[in-house]
Design a protein around this ligand. Structure first.
Ligand code: MG
Length: 229
């Protein structure tokens, strides 16, 4: 795997890339949908990661209840999921991600976060943990069409002001990889969840890492090598 020496910006997904938050999403999807008679398999929480909450609820109702969820039901399930999320333990930051972002900035690269999340205090949290400014955060509130649509990553790319071959994405979810690839961007996948590697590769990932430590090591080693070359 070779990172282009022209890379000047990195767009990071949030859940499952910066934070080990997917176990909380898995738990809250299973328990909120159970109230509506749906046995939602853990793996599907990972398969649909990146979609908007309402879209995941509609898909679950179609698949497991063979009917369309009413708007009231979509709102009720999402409200329950949000309430349960508030009761979960704080998700830890994934290993070496603060270090990676700090080092990329030191090397003069732009760093963005591109997430479908609309959670309250998102900007404050990313600022506290990663010194992220609001202008460098694309959230669920900024887009009409969430992942797997390319819109979220296209917004980050536009804000960067760079050609596409100077931008790179880090994702952990198949829908996120599809979104980034549809936006025409080089995409690294890090498999921090429960899916088979092949699911991420089939979604179009250019390269796959087993964890964030390996991701850190390869990116920093290559950028240092290019600088010294
Ligand atoms: Mg993710």
């Amino acid at each position: 795997m070779t990172i282009r020496s022209t890379i000047k910006a990195v767009f990071f997904d949030m859940d499952g890339v910066l934070y080990d938050s997917m176990p909380n999403h898995e738990y809250t999807w299973i328990h909120s949908l159970k109230e509506y008679g749906i046995d939602f398999p853990a793996e599907e929480a990972y398969m649909h990661e990146g979609r908007t909450g309402f879209s995941t609820i509609r898909i679950a109702f179609e698949k497991y209840l063979n009917r369309t969820a009413t708007l009231e039901e979509q709102e009720a399930v999402y409200a329950l999921k949000t309430k349960l999320m508030g009761e979960r333990p704080t998700a830890p930051i994934l290993p070496m991600m603060q270090e990676l972002i700090a080092e990329l900035r030191k090397k003069g690269l732009q760093v963005f976060v591109v997430t479908g999340s609309k959670q309250p205090l998102l900007v404050e949290k990313l600022h506290a943990h990663f010194s992220m400014e609001a202008a460098n955060i694309v959230s669920g509130a900024d887009v009409k069409n969430g992942k797997p649509d390319p819109e979220p990553y296209l917004i980050a790319w536009e804000r960067s002001g760079l050609p596409k071959d100077q931008c790179m994405v880090v994702e952990n979810a198949p829908m996120g990889v599809e979104s980034a690839k549809a936006a025409g961007l080089f995409t690294l996948a890090v498999n921090t969840g429960k899916l088979a590697d092949q699911v991420l590769l089939n979604a179009g990932a250019d390269h796959l890492f087993q964890d964030t430590k390996a991701l850190y090591k390869v990116i920093i080693t290559q950028l240092n090598h290019q600088k010294n070359a």
